[in-house]
Design a protein. Sequence first.
Length: 255
Amino acid sequence: MDGLNSVHWMKSLRIIFDNMSDLENKIDFDEVFLVIPAYNEEKTVSAIIEKIASQGYNVVLVNDGSKDNTLELAMQSQDKYPNKIFIVSHMINRGLGAALKTGMSVALKHGARYILTFDADGQHEISDIPKVVEPLQAGRADVVIGSRPFEDMPISKSFANYIMNFLTLVFYGCKVKDSQSGLRGFTADAASKMDIVSAGYGVSSEFIKKIKDNDLRMEEVIITTIYTTETQNKGTDAIVGLKILFKMTIDLFRL
């Protein structure tokens, strides 16, 4: 019985890897741009953008006023992949929302057909990129959200994200599995409709609002998240959640 289980397990793994390979083979890498906001990410930025570029994707690295060596290291990586890595800098730290807005605008100007947002801290698996692109390329969706399994999160993170999902449903009428995910995909047309106002982490909920306001088709895919000390110290916590709640309340009264 154990032998049969082993054979079955190996066949299942082979099917999974074959499907991932099929997805990658169907992607026109020149059409895909990954927008990566970075603020003081010198520990991870080089490895991430170089690995993405080495696989054929285009990278728009937005240095959001970093005070460490993020920009210098990114420029060294750009020297290795001059046709794949594009860098734009904010003179001061303007926040996640502003960085994403800048990066998406740059990607559109370079002729991107599909735009993905991707964190610079190493929490996303590069192997998940084809999973996010596929529904866009197949024409099933205008926007794809990469959903993180909450059961894999540290308790404080999962609680904060459950609350943000609930608030997104209450305020915007949108039920999503992971409203605060940093890995998302947009068609060029959908990206052009993301007229983002939020400068900080509130951008994640605002994206959901814009998707609904523009009647865009959305699909969610399960992604893997890598939790390290650095990644756990970022993202949505109680304080950030309160700020986003305040922003949602203001938006509600504007309607």
